[in-house]
Every structure is written in structure tokens, then in C-alpha cells.
Design a protein around this ligand. Structure first.
Ligand SMILES: Cc1cc2nc3c(=O)[nH]c(=O)nc-3n(C[C@H](O)[C@H](O)[C@H](O)COP(=O)(O)OP(=O)(O)OC[C@H]3O[C@@H](n4cnc5c(N)ncnc54)[C@H](O)[C@@H]3O)c2cc1C
Length: 495
């Protein structure tokens, strides 16, 4: 029997997870990627002898990655070397307090009781309740929500008391902790979704629980190795990634996807199309207007999007003795978050995240040198900010914070090479709508049934993967989206 064919637009982690599963189940899979390497936002770049992840640096829920490999009959450890990070990160507050959250109970208790006396009890209650929430919510994320029937599934019904969608994350943490710094320590993870803890539904308290319950991992060579190795599996299974190959349009005939038109004009016919390109970008650019009823430019413009990020990647001739992950909070964190998400202005006192990956992984830089990756959450491009106008001032401000509060004294003197990347660059160079690096926001109105469906709503034979579909943005959920869309195709053909 002739193999059914699948054309995947984009070799990000979402596209690659669907592609490797489908190739392992006998489909003829071709992935078309406009860039010269795989990975998309989970790709890498090299500045001289220094190697940087473009985007993701926190790997949580490693089990989801492991499962994707298991589905294809493989062990992820044969492809990647994982290190659990403990302490998970360093949190530096504006008042000078420093906290090193860890999965080591003794150290956690000692730190909590000395920094915020009496807070251990709240932590224990938090871990207990969130473990239940995890147990109820995870099965919900592993199901599609394309129809009302799918949405009214028994798992969601059982999880309802744990959804906590009526209350914001920051307020919810008040159930466990009195001190704001402590509430921030368990809610700043909303930023992984590009959202404010004061707006994000408390459903997402699950993220900090995932860290405390199951840990945070580094992959040797950088997290980009996940995409590199998924592409390797795809090719071992007979699939192909076509690099430097931009898709111009999805061919739609009689209400169904029939293949792709590439930017050189060539036509690729396929039984299925899987879209991994950034959701709103793909809707606006890859589908002719006559095939769209719902996702018109005005509808897309009214949807809610995550924040963006301003990035600084530095190759440095020194290895600093600071942890792998460091978060330096603005002295007025709430104001900083409101500036990013509400007034959409440049913060005079931003929070910054510093990754010092070479402390764990010497393969990233020459001996005694290191790679310093600084991420500054910033408004998405709805702000209208032209970042080029602020580049040198903002660079100085961020370096000041890194030197004075980030644990990197004299950083300026040690910079060998650098690259800056702004919210405008995410949109212009990486095809990310409004530079919203974490895709569509995760408000209740854009979750589950209300998020773009894995089985595309506009026409047949087309599936979505990546941060813009269910279950949402973040590596584990993105891998789940690939698994879900692949399983829907398999179900359709084999039941
Ligand atoms: C700075 C940053 C930090 C992040 N940190 C974390 C983290 O620590 N942990 C975490 O879990 N998540 C993190 N994320 C969020 C998320 O996990 C990543 O962004 C993830 O890589 C997104 O995967 P994706 O598959 O949805 O899309 P992408 O990685 O964007 O992949 C889409 C692909 O489609 C390609 N493409 C687009 N248009 C076309 C076209 N017309 N033709 C051909 N190809 C096309 C693109 O080039 C790209 O390769 C981070 C994101 C960013 C940006």
C-alpha cells in the first residue's frame, strides 16, 4: 500500500514531534523549514566559539520528551545527555533577599524558615494540593478539544474543582504564603507563558509545581539539542527536513488541504498538512483569504498575545560562579509586569533573567570562558515601540543590572562578542506575530476548546502543532501538541 504523505510547515519542536511520530508509524513525512537549521525558537546560533540557545533554556516535564522518543521505540538518553539543575534557580529580590529554590527538602525548609519564618507550612500545603491538581489536570492536557463533545470529557469534569480559573495566580498563592516575595517565587513562572501573575488564571500554579515536583533539566549542548535530535530520529525513520525552504501557501481544494506551494513556486502534493509556523503569522500569510472564515486578520488582531522578550547573548572571557538560571526581579515587580502587559512601555527598572549555562556545560564555550544569555521580558509589538531607538541606552541599563545585582561584576570588561535581539527582530526575522515570543496568551477565553484546535477548523486534512494550539506554549505542551495531532491523524487512518 502506498504510504500516506504529510507535509509539515516548520521544523520547530512542535513540527518535529509530530513529524518523528508519524514517520515512525509509516507515513512519508517531509518537513519544510525556511531557516538553515532546525529548531525555530528552539534553535541555536554560534558567535565565534560560543554556542547559544536562541530561546528555551528551562526543560520541565522531561517525561513528555522521553515519551515522544518512546513512541518511536527509542530512549531519549541514547540521543541526549540530561543534567538536573539543583538548586533550580537563584531568585534575587529588590530588597536584597536571595532565594535558591531546590528540590532538596532540608535546604528548602532551612531557606524558607530563615528568609520568611513560618512559611514552611504553606509550602507543604502548596505541594500537597498542587500534586492533586497535577494528577487531575495532566490527563486533560493530553486530549483534544476540537468539539463540544471532546470538551465535555470526564477528565475535565473531574478536574473542574482544580481549575481555579476564577482567581488570578498571585491572589491564589496568598492561600499558601503571606509574603509577596514568596508569592512571586511561585508565580513568576506565568512569564513562561508571557503573562502577568496578576492576570494569569490560577490554573497555572501547576507550572511552579512541575518545577518543585519534577525538577528542571539542562541538555548537554543546549536545549536546541531536543530539536536537533528529533530531526535525527525523523531522518532515521525515512522522513526528510528541507532546510532553507520557505512555504508560500497551503493548497486548499474542495474544503481540504492538498499540499503546499513553496516560495520558488514549486507545488508539493500531500495527504495531510501540519502547520507549525507561528499561528497568527501562518493564518495571515499562508492561507488565501477565501479559505478563512474565522481566522481573518481582524479576528487575529483582536486575539490576546503573550509578551515579547529583549535578548542579549554574550560570549565572555570568564566563567562566573553564579548558578545556571538566575532571575533578578525589578524592585517593583508588579509595576514592571504592568509596564510589560498593560501600559506596554519600556520599564525603567526591568526584571532580567540570566543564564550562565557554561557553569553546567563546558561544551558551550572555550575553557575558562562562558556564554551569558540575558532575557528581558518586554511588551509585544502592539506597543508600537521601535526598539532600535532605545538600543544603546537599554543595553547599558541591562548591563548595569547584570553587574550590580546579577552577580556578574565587570561584565562589560569581559565581553568578547555579543548579539542583541529585540521584539521587532522576533517579528521581522523569526516570523512571530507581534513578536509575541510565547504565542497566544493563555487566558480562559483562549484555552482548551477556545484555543485554535489541533484539527484545524477552517478546512480538512490540516492539523496545528506548536505554541498557538492546544495545550499551549512551552516545550512540554508543544511536544504534546505534536503528539496529539499525530495521534488524530493515526486514529483517522487506522480506526
Ligand atoms: C526567548 C524564548 C525563551 C523561551 N524559553 C522557554 C523555556 O525556557 N522553556 C520552555 O518550555 N519554553 C520556552 N519558550 C517557549 C517555547 O517553548 C518555544 O518558543 C518553542 O521553541 C516554540 O516552538 P514552536 O514549535 O511552537 O514554534 P517555533 O520554534 O517558532 O517553530 C516554528 C518553525 O516554523 C518555521 N516557519 C515559519 N514560517 C515558515 C514558512 N512559511 N515556511 C517554512 N518554515 C516556516 C520557523 O522558521 C520555525 O522554525 C521560549 C521562547 C522564547 C522565544
Amino acid at each position: 500500500m502506498k504510504k500516506k504523505s504529510v507535509a509539515v510547515i516548520g521544523a520547530g519542536p512542535g513540527g518535529l514531534s509530530a513529524a518523528m511520530i508519524l514517520a515512525s508509524k509509516g507515513y512519508d513525512v517531509n518537513v519544510y523549514e525556511k531557516e538553515a537549521i532546525v529548531g525555530g525558537r528552539n534553535g541555536y546560533f554560534q558567535l565565534g566559539k560560543y554556542r547559544f540557545d536562541i530561546g528555551p533554556t528551562f526543560l520541565m516535564m522531561r517525561n513528555v520528551l522521553d515519551e515522544i522518543f518512546e513512541i518511536t521505540g527509542r530512549n531519549s538518553e541514547d540521543y541526549m545527555e540530561f543534567t538536573e539543575l539543583d538548586p533550580m534557580y537563584r531568585l534575587a529580590f529588590g530588597n536584597g533577599k536571595t532565594f535558591f529554590p531546590t528540590r532538596n527538602k532540608e535546604s528548602m525548609k532551612q531557606q524558607l524558615e530563615s528568609l520568611w519564618p513560618g512559611s514552611w507550612d504553606g509550602y507543604e500545603r502548596y505541594m500537597k494540593r498542587e500534586a492533586k491538581k497535577y494528577e487531575k489536570l495532566i490527563p486533560c492536557l493530553q486530549k483534544p478539544y476540537g468539539t463540544i463533545r471532546e470538551t465535555l470529557n470526564p477528565n475535565l469534569f473531574l478536574a473542574t474543582p482544580y481549575l481555579d480559573g476564577h482567581i488570578n495566580l498571585f491572589k491564589y498563592l496568598g492561600k499558601y504564603f503571606k509574603h509577596d516575595d514568596l508569592k512571586i517565587s511561585f508565580t513568576f513562572q506565568a512569564k513562561y507563558l508571557g503573562m502577568s501573575p496578576w492576570e494569569c488564571p490560577a490554573t497555572f500554579s501547576i507550572i511552579s509545581y512541575l518545577e518543585h515536583g519534577f525538577g528542571i533539566w539542562h541538555v548537554k549542548g543546549g536545549l536546541n539539542q531536543m530539536s536537533q535530535q528529533m530531526a535525527k530520529v525523523l531522518e532515521e525513520e525515512g522522513g526528510k527536513v528541507h532546510l532553507n525552504t520557505q512555504v508560500k501557501e497551503i493548497i486548499v481544494e474542495n474544503g481540504a488541504a492538498k499540499g503546499l506551494i513553496l516560495s520558488d513556486g514549486s507545488e508539493i502534493r500531500s495527504d495531510y498538512v501540519v502547520i507549525n509556523a507561528d499561528f497568527a503569522h501562518a493564518m495571515n500569510n499562508l492561507i488565501a483569504p477565501e479559505h478563512k472564515r474565522k481566522y481573518t486578520p481582524s479576528h487575529l488582531s483582536n486575539m490576546k498575545y503573550s509578551c515579547s522578550t529583549w535578548m542579549m547573548y554574550l560570549g565572555v572571557d570568564k566563567l562566573y560562579d553564579v548558578p545556571h538560571h538566575n532571575i533578578i526581579f525589578s524592585p517593583d515587580y508588579k509595576k514592571n509586569v504592568d509596564e510589560i502587559t498593560k501600559s506596554m512601555t519600556i520599564s525603567p527598572e526591568p526584571s532580567i533573567y540570566i543564564q550562565n549555562a557554561a557553569i553546567t556545560d563546558p561544551t558551550l564555550a572555550p575553557k575558562g570562558h562562558s556564554t551569558i544569555y540575558i532575557l528581558v521580558p518586554a511588551p509585544n509589538n502592539k506597543s508600537g515601540i521601535n526598539w532600535a531607538d532605545y538600543e544603546s541606552d537599554f543595553r547599558e541599563k541591562i548591563l548595569d543590572i547584570a553587574e550590580q545585582r546579577g552577580g556578574l561584576p565587570d561584565l562589560r570588561r569581559h565581553i568578547v562578542t555579543e548579539k542583541l535581539f529585540t521584539p521587532n527582530d522576533w517579528e521581522d526575522q523569526m516570523a512571530v506575530y507581534r513578536g509575541a515570543t510565547f504565542n497566544l496568551a493563555h487566558n480562559i477565553g483562549q484555552m482548551l476548546y477556545f484555543r485554535p484546535h489541533n484539527k484545524f477548523e477552517e478546512f480538512e486534512n490540516c492539523y496545528l502543532v506548536g505554541g498557538g494550539t492546544h495545550p499551549g506554549s512551552g516545550i512540554p505542551t508543544i511536544l504534546e501538541s505534536g503528539k496529539l495531532s499525530a495521534s488524530m491523524i493515526l486514529k483517522r487512518d487506522f480506526t
